[in-house]
Design a protein around this ligand. Structure first.
Ligand SMILES: *Cc1c(COP(=O)(O)O)cnc(C)c1O
Length: 375
């Protein structure tokens, strides 16, 4: 099927663009010896796991369902971090995972021995209390009062026996200078315990596949820790894996005017791209400009009854017409994984564009995907 023939709304993940990212990431692995995992939170379209698994070392999960998905669909190294594990799930998580990472010493005391008895690796998440991002508290695990990771004040070195690795995750869409600063804080606070570890996990938030990212500095950081402390370094980016590798095709349903020109699309910000409202951010739209930049500016909104279901203002060379198809970019990550059916919205079809340019539908959804979650 051609791209132009896909039904809308439809997410399309492009195999070549995904593979381009994977090659950049596997280059870092080859040059440094680090291991890179897919953080499934950002992208769990498991149809692509065989391709991702060709390049990366495995998957990172945040609980039972993701651990199970990574195990079933990629079947490589599987690492799990959860803010708190449940008694009724931990044994299954242990059986599916290679590394189980605890967020506190109390969780470590509760479950650590079971992990070791199963021959799996125990990790501890630390909080280096080094904020490197401004303005987005909800994406800053080092923000005041954060629930993530053990701070140096709460650290209990007497309980480290049997702990094989240290994990931190403090970045969000950042370059390697922020990692370098974070590593300084990690060393300053926790350095004396690093040599007794086997591995360290630098978490995610590394925007490695973004144009202009400083890969050399990332590789210096990795090598420094591997050599100085004799550690296996892991990274678990989510965004970087499928950054700019997917699209969301949508159709203009109607146009109206209220001081400004408005177009109603068959896709919703709140249901199909909630990060537009939560992050918030403005998704790229192919062939468009900023408001006022091109001749015809529209506020693009969704078909739900939420007033704030607005994607943003975009301008075009020609007026939009009902039935026009427009294509948002960067719609692979944090999109499908966050979908919901609020207000009875249908879920977008999921498709793949293969290397020859051919498009294939992977999954179509229907009324029951809405109904079955509600009673
Ligand atoms: C969200 C998350 C990641 C992935 O973050 P990205 O910003 O998508 O790279 C990795 N590890 C942990 C623990 C996370 O919570």
């Amino acid at each position: 099927m051609r791209f132009e023939e896909l039904p809308t709304p439809c997410y399309v993940v492009d195999e070549s663009l995904l593979e381009k990212n994977l090659k950049i990431l596997s280059g870092v692995m080859e040059r440094t010896g680090c291991r890179i995992l897919l953080a499934q939170k950002a992208f769990s379209m498991y149809k692509m796991y065989p391709l991702i698994g060709k390049y990366l070392s495995g998957t990172a999960s945040s609980g039972l369902y993701e651990a199970k998905l990574g195990y079933e669909e990629m079947g490589k190294e599987n690492h799990c971090f959860s803010p708190a594990y449940r008694e009724d799930e931990i044994d299954e998580i242990i059986s599916l995972s290679d590394h189980i990472i605890f967020n506190s010493f109390s969780q470590l005391e509760m479950f650590g021995e079971r992990v070791r008895a199963a021959g799996k690796s125990v990790g501890l998440r630390i909080n280096p209390e080094c904020s490197t991002q401004e303005g987005h508290e909800i994406y800053d695990p080092c923000a005041r009062g954060s629930r993530f990771g053990v701070t140096i004040e709460q650290f209990r070195p007497e309980l480290l026996e049997g702990v094989s690795g240290i994990h931190f995750h403090t970045l969000c869409e950042q370059d390697s200078d922020a990692l370098a600063r974070t590593l300084d804080a990690v060393e300053e606070k926790f350095g004396k315990w690093l040599s007794q570890m086997e591995w360290i996990n630098f978490g995610g938030g590394h925007h490695i596949t973004r144009e202009g990212y400083n890969i050399e500095l990332l590789e210096d950081c990795i090598r420094r820790f591997q050599e100085k402390y004799d550690l296996q370094v892991y990274l678990e980016p989510g965004e970087a894996i499928a950054l700019n590798a997917g699209f969301l095709i949508t159709t203009v349903l109607d146009k109206l005017e209220n001081d400004i020109e408005i177009a109603i699309l068959d896709t919703s910000a709140s249901c199909h791209m909630p990060d537009v409202l939560e992050m918030p951010y403005r998704p790229p739209l192919i062939g468009s400009g900023e408001a006022g930049e091109k001749a015809y500016t529209y506020r693009l909104g969704g078909p739900t009854c939420l007033t704030g279901d607005v994607i943003g203002e975009y301008s075009f060379d020609k007026p939009l017409e009902n039935g026009d198809r427009i294509v948002f970019g960067d719609m692979a990550i944090y999109s499908m994984v966050k979908n919901n059916t609020f207000n009875g919205m249908a879920l977008p079809t999921i498709a793949v564009r293969d290397k020859s340019g051919d498009c294939h539908i992977v999954h179509k959804f229907n009324y029951l995907d809405f109904k079955e979650r509600l009673s």
